[in-house]
Design a protein around this ligand. Structure first.
Ligand SMILES: *[C@@H]1O[C@H](CO)[C@@H](O)[C@H](O)[C@H]1NC(C)=O
Ligand SMILES: *[C@@H]1O[C@H](CO)[C@@H](O)[C@H](O)[C@H]1NC(C)=O
Ligand SMILES: *[C@@H]1O[C@H](CO)[C@@H](O)[C@H](O)[C@H]1NC(C)=O
Ligand SMILES: *[C@@H]1O[C@H](CO)[C@@H](O)[C@H](O)[C@H]1NC(C)=O
Ligand SMILES: *[C@@H]1O[C@H](CO)[C@@H](O)[C@H](O)[C@H]1NC(C)=O
Ligand SMILES: *[C@@H]1O[C@H](CO)[C@@H](O)[C@H](O)[C@H]1NC(C)=O
Length: 528
């Protein structure tokens, strides 16, 4: 209790003594409140009070000056005299302001005299202060609200959070308790403290990973993952991280992938944390990338097809959504798209009976909703039915005949070189008048072409060596019947053994036609 009674007019002992005097009490008031300065006055009994006046002392350079309250610029009704003309001189001050603090004096006039108090009543102006302890809490922690009044007089207070009444001054904080608190005087709620914020921190919630754009994502698109959460304090940029199938991708609230590829498909989630919490997982987002058929391959079953057997060509591809439309093409002429003939549809092309006409280049075209792609062309080769002799004798025969042929050919060539100059014209004549050579068209025989003159039968056949050979040797022989001599006059030989002998010597009368691309072929042309 800060008010105390000041006895004014100490020169006059006693109150209501009939002497001149004013008794005042100091007062403490909260800003915004109304307060009453208590006051009584006294005077000798033969006086009649004619006027009363309250003054406020204002310190100026020339000293303390007393001003009538009515001369202060205050709203109407701010000061309210509640005393009377006899003995009570109490003053009510409404809506006390900081500027009201100070010393107040009371004076009165009577029919005989005038009197101003020698002492004053001091008005202290204070305020309410809210204390929130602690002002930052983690959810679940205990919070205490205290209202501190500057005046010692106990007062009933009420509490508000963001303008709404609060029932309890001690509580376990939840995020709904966050806000600005103030206390106020019960019944005078406009007399209130300044608001104080309570910050309730909590771990990230509603951690959510979103993917843009929404809808189908095609290979090559740019995709952005964004992680969001509700947290206090808010999750910082570095508090977010993105994972794919459990593997860390990067940190940050959003993450973009340009040129998205099938390899990016997977389950994504993000994590968020603030310093209240550990990592909190988001729900998963499944990234599905649509792409046209890729990695198309054609497999053949069986890989080597024998004439008359069946073969299946199967087209496989990687596509999302799975490929559902296959078209098969066969190439009918080299390198022109118009030469592709559509031969079937479906993932498998079945050829139940292989014939030579089926051999060739095949391609499959695969389609899904994302696009269409072609396979490379694959060669379907037909293997002919074989009833051959075993391979070893063939090789042996080839070896022997090769050596023998070489020796004979060398011999004949040497002879021809000696005499060719003399005989050239004769040979030319022969060729012009001769029949066309006969070419072998099958592969299993020894081939010979013999040019016959108009009159005579063949005299010499240089087939001694060739007869040793088997199917892979082709010999064209040109015999010159116009020469009467028994001796061999000239010879032209071209020998093309296994990748070796190819000396470019190809005289004009040599007739040579390889039918097959066998490894070992010896051609010889002998003219006698
Ligand atoms: C939480 O983080 C904020 C900002 O980074 C920091 O100011 C605050 O002190 C931290 N609180 C705790 C309890 O670590
Ligand atoms: C988040 O998810 C990953 C993968 O499912 C799991 O290993 C991890 O324990 C989870 N973390 C939390 C905090 O739930
Ligand atoms: C296509 O093949 C390549 C090489 O084998 C592979 O890296 C890629 O993942 C495949 N693409 C698809 C969509 O399967
Ligand atoms: C080709 O496929 C069909 C149907 O699946 C099957 O009946 C046939 O035996 C297959 N042919 C070959 C040569 O695999
Ligand atoms: C495959 O695609 C072609 C071209 O779009 C279409 O004409 C054909 O009808 C489709 N076939 C099937 C079985 O869907
Ligand atoms: C695939 O083959 C079709 C059929 O001939 C052709 O029209 C198309 O241009 C080819 N597409 C590609 C990408 O090669």
């Amino acid at each position: 209790m800060e008010s105390w009674i000041l006895i004014t007019l100490v020169t006059i002992p006693g109150v209501w003594s009939g002497n001149w005097g004013v008794r005042l009490e100091n007062q403490c008031a909260l800003k915004g409140m109304s307060t009453v300065i208590k006051c009584t006055y006294d005077y000798p009994s033969m006086n009649i009070v004619t006027s009363v006046t309250w003054y406020k002392a204002i310190r100026e350079s020339r000293g303390l000056m007393l001003y009538r309250l009515s001369s202060l610029r205050k709203p109407r009704g701010h000061f309210e005299y509640q005393g009377d003309r006899w003995s009570d001189c109490k003053l009510k001050i409404n809506n006390v302001q900081w500027s009201d603090e100070g010393s107040y004096y009371f004076g009165f006039e009577t029919t005989l005299n005038r009197w101003t108090s020698r002492t004053h009543a001091y008005l202290s102006v204070k305020e309410l202060t809210t204390v929130v302890q602690p002002s930052t809490v983690t959810e679940g922690e205990r919070v205490n609200l205290t209202c501190v009044s500057g005046c010692s007089e106990p007062m009933d207070v009420v509490w508000f959070r963001d303008g709404q009444p609060v029932s309890s001054v001690v509580f376990q904080a939840s995020r709904r308790d966050a806000g600005r608190y103030h206390c106020a005087i019960l019944g005078q709620e406009h007399v209130k403290s300044a608001p104080v914020a309570l910050n309730v921190q909590y771990a990230p919630e509603k951690v959510k990973l979103s993917l843009s754009p929404v809808g189908d994502i095609m290979a090559g698109d740019t995709v952005t993952f964004t992680c969001s959460s509700d947290a206090n304090p808010p999750v910082t940029e570095s508090g977010y991280s993105l994972y794919k199938d459990g593997e860390f991708i990067g940190s940050g609230q959003s993450h973009s992938i340009s040129d998205i590829q099938p390899g990016h498909m997977g389950r994504y989630y993000c994590q968020a944390w603030n310093n209240v919490s550990r990592m909190i997982n988001s729900t998963e987002v499944l990234l599905d990338v649509k792409y046209p058929p890729m990695n198309i391959s054609v497999s053949m079953d069986p890989p080597h097809v024998v004439e008359g057997d069946g073969v299946n060509l199967t087209c496989s591809s990687s596509a999302n959504p799975a490929a559902d439309n296959y078209t098969w093409y066969k190439r009918t002429a080299p390198s022109s798209s118009s030469s592709l003939l559509q031969v079937g549809s479906g993932q498998m092309l079945s050829l139940p009976v292989m014939t030579p006409s089926h051999a060739g280049l095949y391609m499959c075209q695969v389609r899904n909703t994302a696009g269409v792609s072609n396979s490379t062309e694959v060669q379907l080769v037909m293997v002919e039915k074989q009833s051959d002799s075993p391979p070893f004798p063939i090789l042996a025969g080839i070896g022997v005949s090769f050596v023998v042929t070489l020796v004979i050919a060398a011999l004949l060539f040497w002879k021809k070189w000696r005499t060719s100059a003399d005989k050239k014209n004769a040979m030319t004549d022969l060729k012009q008048g001769g029949e066309e050579p006969i070419y072998a068209t099958t592969t299993d025989a020894v081939y010979a072409s013999v040019h016959m003159g108009p009159t005579s039968a063949p005299l010499v056949s240089a087939q001694a060596s060739a007869s040793l050979m088997n199917s892979h040797h082709h010999v064209n022989t040109v015999h010159n019947p116009t020469l009467d001599d028994d001796e061999v006059t000239y010879t032209t030989v071209t020998i093309n053994p296994r990748n070796k002998m190819n000396n470019g010597r190809t005289p004009q009368d040599t007739r040579c036609k390889p039918e097959r691309s066998d490894d070992t072929v010896i051609y010889a042309t002998v003219v006698t």
